[in-house]
Structures are given as structure tokens and as C-alpha cells.
Ligand binder design. Structure first.
Ligand SMILES: [Zn+2]
Length: 489
């Protein structure tokens, strides 16, 4: 723990200087001349930003475009997982505070009974999320350990889709790119074929073993059935349809970066093939802790694999977790190159997190490079604060904006974080002084940088502009009414 605290001290000192430099340029000139309703709305945000309750009410109603970095299993609130465990007649281990298959082990309790025991109920919700977490303790391990605690029920993809789309609609989010692991075949096939440093022959052997023919129909069938269950739960197509039915969803296939290299390659190959054949799968991403020992050891190898495969599937865009690190979490050498290599070798056109970007070699040149290449950074403020420690103000968001790196605010794992789309925007305003025009630019980025097919993107863009215009007109009208009221008094 002392290492963590020391690391935070260094970060605080260095980032304080950067923050002072950056503040002056936050929300620098918008792309187009603001309209009067936009100016009125911006003025209202500048008033409510110091009032957390009014700020959240304002941001909740604001059209937010898309959420480009959202792990489906981490987006679900623990209360839902517990409910599904009770429906499936599963148990809770009061020793590990995990959902388990009942097998008579001491300390087990039926998940249904947990709902009658408020003390255990609260303990397990805390264990399966960051609720009530003491920020002075090791958030990294607690955060990542939650996934194993609800894994027996994080297979209910239809129910999970219903939860996240209904919530997105309620918060005026129109598009989700959800990360999930679509199929277990590539991992099994990768293990059975084993490693071969000759990637050409390794790819051929995996394809000869039926990777493409097995995975694509299985994933299609799985997505069809999950989406059908989602539509059933949300009453889509009926008069009682939940607004979540209108949220557009696309998927990003996950590669487990802490797996053996043969498994990593087989997953990458499968997801490139899949993204080329199934339009709902739009990209792939390396997941699991970036500081995992295997992930650290194989980082450059993984980038080489992506370089090899991207040349064979150039139409599949790539987004990569990179820079989800902090001083002291890993040796300094590992902090120096992950973002740059992800872009230059791994062909990432979007970067997830980038929180440790200022620790990379020649960081200012890297910022300029990201801006020049138009690489978007997916900024997850709550997740970074909880996993990497320190407080939100230490995030390099202001530096990214100062150097005109495209940014979108994302939720990462809102169920584990106990956050929401609205809360992440609120953190950008409260912790980083983001103003209305910057917020609006981020919201527009969340559609501009989406991997969805062009006709749907065009529709999402039009819908977003219309929704923003309505939002601003309403705020301008409300401001005028208030001012008139004041004049009369
Ligand atoms: Zn993530």
C-alpha cells in the first residue's frame, strides 16, 4: 500500500502542474459559431456546474450520442445478477461473497434467501461492485475480482442487453458499442493447435481446423437469440415498447490479453473473420488488466499479431485498451510505450483509457501524433479513479483536450463502478472544468468515431443534432422565463 500512496504523491505533483497549464484552454473555440440557444444553454451549465444536483438534472437530459467503451458484463448492476441467481436457484457463498452453484459447502446460502437477509444482501452487493469501497485501499484488485463473483449469471445476454439499452435510452444515449466474448471455440482451438511463431502457417492451421465455419454461425445464432430475448423483455414492437428498443447496439469482440499467446492469436483471428462476415460485430479489443504479467510480457507480441492480421483484414477497425496504468502499478519501463505502440504497430484508431499517456516517451509528441492521426481516446473517469487510485483530477483529460486529441466520455464498467452515463459526464464537468461546447464536441465524437456502418451512422448523427437542438431550445426557453420572472419581481 505504501507504494500506491507514494505513487499517488508523484502523480499529484506532476499532474497539478499540467492541470494549471491546461485549464486556460479547456473548451477552446468550438468548431462553429454558437447559436443563441447554444449560448444560453452553455450559460446555464456554467451556472449549475457548482450545484451537483442541478448539474446532474441538466446532464441527464442532455443527448449523449454513443457509449463507445462499455463491457456488457461490467455494465450490469449487482442487484440484477443476484435476482437472476435466485431465479436460477443458485447459491451465494458467504465466505467468498460470490454466486456459486449450490453444492452443500459450509457458508452457502440460497440466492433467494439473500433477499430476506438485508445484512448479507448488502455485503454481497458491495463485494460484487465498488459500492462503499474505501478509496484508500487497493481498488484495482477488488474491481477486477468482481467479475468472477457474478460469472455464473453473466451469461444472460438477452436480459443484460435489455438492462443496458433501457438505461441508455433513459439517459438519452442512442448508440452502444458493447464488448463481449462472443464464443469459446477460438480459445479451445488455439489451445489444441498450440503456438507457432510462423503466423502465416498458424493462421492456415486454425482456418483449416474450421475456425471460420464454426464460429460465425454460432455467434450469429447467439446474438439472434439474445436480441430476441431483449426485444421480448422490452416489449419492442408493441404499444408498451420501452424506449430502449430504439437504442442501436453493435458489439466489439474481446481478446483476453492474459491468455497464452496461441489463445490470443486464435481469438484475434476469429474476431477479424467474424467482423468481416457479421455486421453486428464491428471491431475487436484486448481486455483484462493491462498490468497482468502475461499481458506485460507479451504486449509487443500482441501488437505484432495485430499488425500481421490487420494487413489481411484492413476493413476491420481496431480499438485497444492502452495506458490503463499508473506510476508504481508496473515497472517504469512498461509505462513508456503502450499507447504509442498500440497506434503505430497495433493499428488502433481508438485508444481505451490512455490514463498513463504522460508517462510515455516523448509524451507531447505522442499527443500531437494522436491529434494528427485523428485517434480518439475513450475516457473512463470513474473506472480509472477506482482501478488506478488517486482522484479524478489526476486524469490527463485536460491535456488531451489542450492538444486537440479527440475524446469521448465512456462508462467502461458502470455496474461495477456504480456509475451511469450521466455521472461520467458530471465528473468531466466537476473534476476537469469541461464546458458546454467541449461536452458537445465529445458527444458528437461518440458518434463520429463509432464503428457502426455508414448509413446508420448518418442517421445517428442527424438524430443527435436534432435532439441537441431540442435540448438547447428548451434550456434557452427556460432561461428566458426565469429572467422574465426575475424582471417582474
Ligand atoms: Zn475497458
Amino acid at each position: 500500500m505504501s507504494m500506491t500512496r507514494r505513487a499517488r504523491g508523484f502523480r499529484r505533483a506532476s499532474l497539478a502542474i499540467l492541470t494549471v497549464c491546461a485549464l486556460a484552454t479547456i473548451g477552446a473555440a468550438p468548431l462553429s459559431r454558437p447559436t443563441s440557444v447554444e449560448t444560453a444553454t452553455a450559460r446555464e451549465l456554467s451556472v449549475v456546474r457548482r450545484d451537483p444536483l442541478r448539474l446532474r438534472a441538466f446532464l441527464r437530459e442532455m443527448p449523449k450520442g454513443g457509449d463507445l467503451h462499455n463491457h456488457l458484463s461490467g455494465a450490469i448492476y449487482a442487484e440484477s445478477y443476484l435476482r437472476w441467481a435466485a431465479e436460477d436457484r443458485l447459491c451465494v457463498s458467504t465466505t467468498t461473497m460470490s454466486i456459486v452453484v449450490c453444492n452443500g459447502t459450509p457458508g452457502e446460502m440460497s440466492a433467494g434467501d439473500v433477499f430476506q437477509n438485508a445484512a448479507i444482501y448488502n455485503q454481497i452487493i458491495d463485494a460484487m461492485s465498488m459500492r462503499h469501497w474505501n478509496a484508500a485501499l487497493n481498488g484495482h484488485d477488488h474491481f477486477f475480482a468482481t467479475f468472477g463473483k457474478f460469472s455464473p449469471v453473466s451469461t444472460r445476454t438477452g436480459e443484460m442487453l435489455a438492462e443496458v439499452t433501457a438505461r441508455a435510452a433513459a439517459e438519452h444515449v442512442s448508440y452502444l458499442e458493447l464488448m463481449l466474448t462472443p464464443d469459446g471455440t477460438p480459445a479451445r482451438l488455439g489451445r489444441s493447435i498450440g503456438w507457432d511463431p510462423g503466423l502465416v502457417s498458424l493462421r492456415e492451421r486454425l482456418l483449416m481446423a474450421g475456425l471460420r465455419e464454426t464460429v460465425i454461425p454460432q455467434v450469429r445464432q447467439r446474438l439472434d437469440s439474445a436480441e430476441s430475448r431483449q426485444r421480448e423483455l422490452l416489449h419492442c414492437g408493441s404499444a408498451a415498447a420501452d424506449p430502449g428498443c430504439a437504442v442501436i447496439v453493435r458489439y466489439i469482440a474481446q481478446v483476453g490479453r492474459s491468455a497464452p499467446r496461441e489463445v490470443v492469436f486464435a481469438q484475434m483471428l476469429a474476431w477479424f473473420e467474424l467482423a468481416g462476415a457479421e455486421p453486428r460485430i464491428v471491431s475487436l479489443n484486448l481486455v483484462q488488466p493491462e498490468d497482468d504479467p502475461t499481458a506485460i510480457r507479451d504486449f509487443t507480441l500482441h501488437m505484432t499479431m495485430l499488425d500481421f492480421l490487420q494487413r489481411r483484414y484492413p476493413r476491420v477497425p481496431i480499438t485497444l485498451h492502452a495506458g490503463e496504468l499508473a506510476d508504481g502499478l508496473v515497472p517504469p519501463e512498461a509505462l513508456r510505450f503502450h499507447v504509442r505502440q498500440s497506434v503505430e504497430v497495433g493499428h488502433a484508431t481508438r485508444i481505451g483509457h490512455g490514463a498513463s499517456i504522460m508517462n510515455e516517451d516523448r509524451p507531447f509528441a505522442l499527443l500531437r501524433e494522436l491529434a494528427a492521426r485523428n485517434v480518439l481516446v475513450e475516457v473512463a473517469l470513474s473506472s480509472n479513479e477506482q482501478i488506478l487510485g488517486g482522484n479524478g483530477k489526476q486524469h490527463p483529460l485536460e491535456m488531451l483536450l489542450k492538444y486537440r486529441v479527440p475524446v469521448a466520455i465512456v462508462t467502461d464498467d458502470m455496474g461495477v463502478s456504480r456509475s451511469s452515463h450521466t455521472n461520467e459526464l458530471a465528473k468531466a464537468v466537476e473534476d476537469h472544468g469541461v464546458d458546454y461546447s467541449t461536452l458537445k464536441r465529445m458527444v458528437r465524437n461518440s458518434i463520429d468515431f463509432a464503428f457502426v456502418e455508414a448509413p446508420t451512422k448518418a442517421r445517428l448523427k442527424t438524430d443527435l443534432e436534432n435532439a441537441l437542438a431540442v435540448f438547447e431550445r428548451q434550456h434557452a426557453a427556460a432561461t428566458t422565463l426565469k429572467n422574465n420572472g426575475r424582471t417582474r419581481m
